[in-house]
Design a protein around this ligand. Sequence first.
Ligand code: SF4
Length: 414
Amino acid sequence: MSDEKKPTIKKIQAAGHMRKIMADYFYEMDHAMKKGSPKIAWCTSVGPAELLLSLGFLVYYPENHGAMLGATRQASNYIPVANAIGYSPDICSYLTSDVGAFIKKETPLTRAYEGIEGIPLPDVMVYNTNQCRDVQDWFSWYSKELNVPALGISTYRNIGGITEDHLASIAKQIMDLIPRLEEVGGNKFDMDKFRHVLGLSYDCTQLWKKVLETNKTKPAPISFFDETIHMAPAVVLRGTETALEYYRVLLQELEERVAQNEGAVQDEDFRLYWEGMPIWGKLRDLAEFFISLNTAVIASTYCNSWIFDSFDPADPFMSMAKAYTEIFIVRDESFKESYIEKMVDMYDINGILFHDSKTCPNNSNNRYGMPERLEKKLGIPALTINGDLNDLRCYSEEQAKTNIEAFIEQLASK
Ligand code: SF4
């Protein structure tokens, strides 16, 4: 089946705009680091970025750097370096590749952006354990190495219903960060600024959601693989006007595609849901492979994780606590199953791909029977692909592709 077509990934015109704003973002931080002002905060990808921005910090996300190491296929050079100082090959490969790259004093930023000699070093680091404990250990390593404070929010995990007690506790932890952040950053907390940034983040989230939801149409205008690239501004620039401008441009392009009946996979026979982390080093390869199978991977838990519907500038601390606690990764098995069920219905999905990402159990939901339960409940098949977000030694291309082809044949025979 795969030999019959020459797969071509349709170019998204907004990509040029994105490259420009990402370059500006990294140059601004590089400049600030060299000048010593504004101060730089490192933040986890679903950490309290809005608070940091409102206090005047520029915000850098080590997970974004981890994804770059994966996408540029450099991660495997660095993971053994972190292993050698005691960090297991079984823990988060964002962590191990990022720490290994730091030890080797290398980064893809130097190749991508002329004049940048290294990652932007932090004045403070702030994590939220809502996604996993690895982020805390990751920041703790840098804290000791660079003698910089690592502050954090500990979030309840495996939550079904979210209670007022959960939210009050998390909101208090966010508020408790303020005195230390004021001290490091040199700016006083300003409630109006905080509300403003939270409002911008909310608007970003809504535009990103609209981008993702263009895929309710058939054929779907953007693939999961492109979405993982185009979500970068929602991760690192949420809370800024720049992100809003970008998503207005991208949304317009996708709406034009919808109007012209133009799909990411033009002959879209099947629509799949991707559950789990991307395999960063194989995005292009997998995108082309699925096109050759007339199959569109069009919705995912991963890209939806940067939709924060609950942000409310009128009640900033509690709403922020809610937004960062109600995300999929924090929730219990039953919530997750209902969530995927809704997505399958919303996007008219024919099958579900679970990525069992070796070093991220937090985003590998296939391990306790969920695929089988969903198959039974939803009447659509599921397939598990073994791999990893960054460590390509855990991914067998041949095996994955054979299994995917067989899966599509199974769908075709239905
Ligand atoms: S959620 Fe997974 S990929 Fe993300 S930081 Fe944690 S262990 Fe790493």
